[in-house]
Design a protein around this ligand. Structure first.
Ligand SMILES: [Zn+2]
Length: 366
């Protein structure tokens, strides 16, 4: 999934206004070549459950860190149930406080060669795109963290606090390597202050390579598994019954398909929508779509006006756009009879819009 879409889906938070941030110097040709080489090597490890090459990949990476001068006691491969995790500690001078954890996962979900146009475990670069299982999720993160550690080490960089890598080996399945790390090797993590996960978020640059926005994941929506069991007395095929367990199960699945989860939001998603509308005017339309979905759930106009400080922009869009009008009418029809307004009246967000203008000024957006 594209970074932007994924960021929204995972409930990511925008941190904007760093257009004037200082940028690290460009990576050298040697560093780029090394990162590319590591990328190629790690894609070639089949780290799915069936491939079982996560321990081999952990050993390969551990070798790189040791070869770059990381002390043996700061590089730990932790095998577990046919997979493995890797901890690497980059020692700082301690002046900056408690350590920071940097996370990625080495395993991938399975990929069958027959389902793929290209070999999933061979890194292929075509038309400025990389192809291969895990190129983004999450071997891209593994390589960025690894090559950054190696490059900083080679430059003699000393962080102000310890930076600790944790590469898990089963994020896509049970997460047992992380559980074992916390239960048995917590000391390796120090008393870390916070963790940054390379598996979500990311930055956006403008045409001049200046930062526009950075997306940070604050939580992850995960899944729950349910088992459906249907029981029926059964019978004999010579005397078919009208009911049977298969049909009961089919009915249950059909009802499940018809079920719609309610639209939900939290402080992170609201902030993300607000800043999307603020920083990317061309995405206001999609942001308003999201807003309207939430509105359709019956949230009161006042509550929405307070939450969506960019509301006046949304309103202008809706006023000017025929599609918005027809959508609004469809929603109104759907909600006819409700006392709640199906959409916000013009001006309802006026006070909040003033607040938005103030926010924009404070963040350096005019
Ligand atoms: Zn992932």
């Amino acid at each position: 999934m594209g970074g932007w879409i994924r960021a929204l889906a995972l409930g990511a938070l925008f941190v904007c206004g760093f257009a004037h941030a200082a940028w690290a110097q460009e990576a050298s040709q040697t560093q780029r070549a090394q990162a590319r080489e590591i990328y190629q090597r790690v894609i070639a490890f089949n780290t799915s459950v069936e491939g079982a090459q996560t321990p081999a990949m952990a050993d390969y990476l551990a070798g790189l860190f040791r070869g770059a001068g990381f002390a043996a006691e700061d590089v730990h491969v932790l095998p577990l149930n046919g997979t493995a995790g890797l901890v690497v500690r980059y020692r700082g001078n301690g002046s900056g406080g408690r350590p920071i954890l940097l996370l990625a996962h080495m395993d991938v979900v399975p990929a069958l060669r027959s389902d793929w146009e290209r070999d999933p475990f061979t890194l292929v670069e075509e038309n400025n795109f990389f192809f291969g299982r895990g190129t983004i999720d999450n071997k891209g993160g593994i390589v960025q963290l690894t090559s950054t550690f190696l490059a900083l080490r080679a430059e003699g960089f000393v962080p102000t606090r310890d930076l600790i890598i944790w590469f898990s080996g089963d994020e896509e399945t049970t997460g047992a390597t992380t559980e074992a790390l916390l239960a048995q090797h917590r000391d390796l993590l120090g008393n870390a202050e916070f963790a940054l996960n390379s598996d979500a978020g990311g930055g956006q640059l403008d045409g001049n390579n200046r930062g526009i926005a950075y997306v940070v994941q604050t939580a992850e929506k995960t899944y729950a598994s349910f088992t459906f069991t249907a029981r029926n007395p059964g019978g004999h095929s010579s005397q078919p019954r009208e009911d049977n367990a298969i049909y009961d199960l089919g009915d249950a699945l059909a009802r499940l398909r018809a079920f719609q989860f309610p639209v939900m939001w939290n402080d992170t998603t609201i902030e993300s929508f607000r800043n999307t509308a603020r920083v990317f005017p061309d995405r206001r339309r999609r942001t308003c779509d999201a807003l309207l979905s939430i509105q359709a759930t019956g949230c009161s106009a006042d509550a929405l006006a307070q939450r969506f400080a960019f509301f006046d922009d949304a309103h202008d869009l809706r006023r000017d756009n025929a599609e918005w009008r027809s959508r609004r009418e469809r929603l109104a029809a759907k909600r006819r009879g409700d006392s709640e307004l199906p959409y916000l009246p013009r001006g309802a967000g006026r006070g909040c819009a003033d607040g938005a203008a103030r926010d924009r000024r404070q963040q350096g957006y005019g």
